[in-house]
Design a protein around this ligand. Structure first.
Ligand SMILES: Cc1cc2nc3c(=O)[nH]c(=O)nc-3n(C[C@H](O)[C@H](O)[C@H](O)COP(=O)(O)O)c2cc1C
Length: 177
């Protein structure tokens, strides 16, 4: 028999909240745009399927982000979903040393202000559709203008503050009588 879980009331302790949030697995993206130089923001709060008509994805962005005010002003923002073998690239792009973020990163352009990472698993060329106030974050709703995927490339998975990969669950067949 499964025990009923005891759910302690949330007492405002943010460390516990963040620890619990961190156990929810997610993909990781880099938002990149050209706006008098390259600007990037790495995010694990990216969500697809927000809307099909219009085609929307979303990202929750910390109000303290210094890159978002520039990124949001770009006509198009590139979203690259990191591949499983791009954890080091992800760490580099999220680094505090902004001058080093793009060193040796294979950046690609498709002719808009959006920029993409070669070798990523998925790409979306987006324009900012709306922003919604969400406490200490702002939810950026991005409209998809172009998209692509490498269906042979697994995405990177962020879980419990670690980078992981996917694995396939084999169907378990009942034993034959
Ligand atoms: C794995 C990972 C996931 C992150 N997810 C988010 C996120 O969803 N939203 C966000 O605003 N910042 C996120 N960050 C932090 C930003 O990438 C960045 O470090 C922060 O915005 C400060 O940089 P900036 O001032 O250039 O924006 C994440 C960082 C890492 C390493």
């Amino acid at each position: 028999m499964t025990a009923t879980p005891v759910l302690p009331s949330y007492d405002g302790e943010q460390a516990a909240l963040r620890r619990t949030f961190s156990h929810y697995p997610s993909g990781v993206v880099a938002l990149i745009a050209e706006a008098e130089g390259l600007h990037s923001l790495v995010a694990s709060t990216f969500t697809v399927g927000v809307s099909a008509d219009p085609p929307l994805v979303s990202v929750a962005i910390q109000r303290t982000s210094t890159s978002w005010p520039t990124l949001r002003s770009a006509e198009r923002i590139g979203v690259s979903v990191f591949a499983a073998d791009q954890a080091d690239l992800c760490r580099q792009l999220a680094g505090h040393d902004r001058a080093r973020r793009f060193s040796d990163v294979p950046i690609r352009s498709t002719g808009t202000t959006a920029r993409f990472i070669a070798g990523a698993a998925l790409w979306f060329d987006c324009s900012l559709w709306n922003e919604v106030d969400a406490g200490d974050h702002t939810i950026a709703l991005l409209e998809i203008r172009a998209l692509g995927a490498d269906h042979h490339t697994d995405p990177l998975v962020f879980h419990a503050s670690a980078f992981r990969g996917l694995f396939t669950q084999r169907a378990s067949h009942p034993a034959k009588p």
